[in-house]
Design a protein around this ligand. Structure first.
Ligand SMILES: [Zn+2]
Length: 51
């Protein structure tokens, strides 16, 4: 898998990058927004894709 498809997911609460995910740039234009477990917050929070 190419690193070009790697997206960072930033916790919207603490603004830390806590997850990485792969995505297809050609197919997805919208930013991802996912609920993920944030280790810094210690709970599930909304995460947004960042660069
Ligand atoms: Zn957090």
């Amino acid at each position: 898998m190419s690193q070009d498809n790697l997206a960072k997911l930033e916790c919207t609460v603490c603004k830390r990058i806590t997850h990485y995910t792969s995505r297809n740039k050609k197919k997805l234009k919208n930013r991802l927004e996912l609920k993920k477990l944030c280790n810094a917050c210690g709970k599930h929070t909304p995460h947004k894709e960042t660069k």
